[in-house]
Design a protein around this ligand. Structure first.
Ligand code: PHB
Length: 388
């Protein structure tokens, strides 16, 4: 052993002893929430936290037999600040588990820090394919989706509708790129053609020049990934530009989730694909929606569900390890064989720890993303690059 490996081994042993003695003394479980509380994704961060805390409240405030103490960081959906922010939780606060985040670029920095420090991470939104691809591991989990999944499902839907030529438009960062890539994979496989890929930097919302370009190209349809505040503005601008009537707009379901109040009639009739919807007929969703509305005086959305399920995954893993976060293999074994009773419908996690789940076809009807069919049944991310 050289000096460096023996130091690492010492540090690991010290961490194990610290966690064992913390457990013995009934220490609280330190949960680090790293989410956006400002910017275009602020509402998404709040919904995730609400969902997480709803599950915790249902468990009497305990997870894996331990009371919970939160540390919070607003990551501002800013990848440039991500490493510093996650280290506040890992190094300054010494959290037992990281929950975050929404933005794929920030999530990749979190996954790297989680790997480097062997800290448990559960991603309650960000779809970055790499997190459950090359970065997969027995301390990395996702309760949401991979960017590939809703993109691929929407591509299948559009191809089935007989659409031949599409334009894509999105933000230029991992989520937009990977969502379009998933879409293209399914759409072109069925003979569709992507005639132009339009992008703008995240989180810009100056869509006008790009909408003019779409009008000039006149594709059969448009595929888009936008979310949060940006999605609200895009859907309204698309309608105001007069495009909604002539060029059907499709997207991964984030386009219309948690946004319908603000989008009003501009969203009416839009088709999207996502792993949640507003009119699912299952008992878990009914009780979840009632409880959420009662606690927060708000209707839940996909982000609230993903926060709730992040807490469920943590609960399943830590129940198996009796609250000990250092037992990563036992945690993984329990979660990998679990059927997670989600409001979206029960799902399992793949070997790479990404949900294997139904992608619903939804259509906006009034203030609802009404489920009108299944776009893709039990869709599993291909987990390219995961050597887990
Ligand atoms: C992402 O950056 O991965 C992302 C952000 C917001 C969404 C979905 C994905 O609604």
């Amino acid at each position: 052993m050289n000096a460096r490996t023996s130091l690492t081994a010492l540090a690991a042993a010290a961490a194990l002893m610290a966690s064992a003695s913390a457990l013995a003394q009934g220490a609280k479980l330190k949960v680090g929430l790293m989410l956006p509380y400002t910017g275009t994704y602020a509402a998404l961060g709040v919904a995730i936290e609400n969902g997480f805390k709803l599950y915790l409240a249902e468990q009497g405030g305990k997870i894996g037999g331990r009371e919970v103490e939160f540390s919070k960081v607003d990551d501002e959906s800013d990848p440039a600040k991500a490493t510093e922010n996650v280290n506040k939780l890992i190094k300054r606060d010494g959290v037992d588990v990281l929950i975050g985040t929404v933005h794929s670029g920030v999530a990749m920095a979190m996954a790297k820090a989680a790997k480097d420090n062997n800290v448990l991470l559960i991603v309650p939104n960000a779809g970055a394919d790499a997190v459950t691809g090359p970065m997969c591991g027995n301390n990395i989990y996702r309760s949401s989706f991979s960017n590939w999944q809703p993109g691929y499902a929407t591509g299948e839907v559009m191809a089935k509708k007989g659409i031949k030529k599409a334009v894509t438009i999105t933000w230029k960062y991992a989520a937009g790129d990977e969502s379009v890539k998933g879409f293209k994979e399914a759409f072109t496989k069925s003979g569709g053609e992507v005639v132009k890929e339009l992008t703008l930097p995240f989180p810009n919302v100056e869509f006008q020049a790009l909408l003019t370009e779409i009008a000039a190209i006149k594709p059969d349809a448009v595929y888009t990934f936008f979310a949060g505040g940006g999605a609200v503005k895009f859907v309204k601008d698309y309608d105001a530009a007069g495009l909604k009537k002539s060029i059907p707009l499709y997207g991964s379901g984030f386009l219309t989730d948690g946004t319908l109040e603000a989008q009003g009639a501009s969203a009416d009739g839009l088709f999207t694909a996502l792993h949640y919807g507003d009119s699912l007929d299952n008992a878990k969703d009914k009780s979840f929606r009632l409880a959420y509305a009662k606690s927060y005086k708000l209707q839940p959305d996909v982000y609230a569900v993903q926060g709730y399920d992040a807490a469920q995954i943590l609960g399943i893993g830590l129940t198996a390890t009796k609250g000990d976060v250092s037992k990563k293999a036992e945690f993984a074994a329990a979660v990998e064989k679990a059927k997670i009773d989600s409001p979206r419908g029960a799902f399992t996690l793949s070997k790479a720890h990404n949900p294997v789940q139904d992608m619903y076809l939804r259509q906006v009807t009034g203030k609802e993303n009404k489920v009108v069919g299944i776009a893709s049944k039990a869709l599993a991310d291909p987990a390219r690059g995961c050597k887990g």
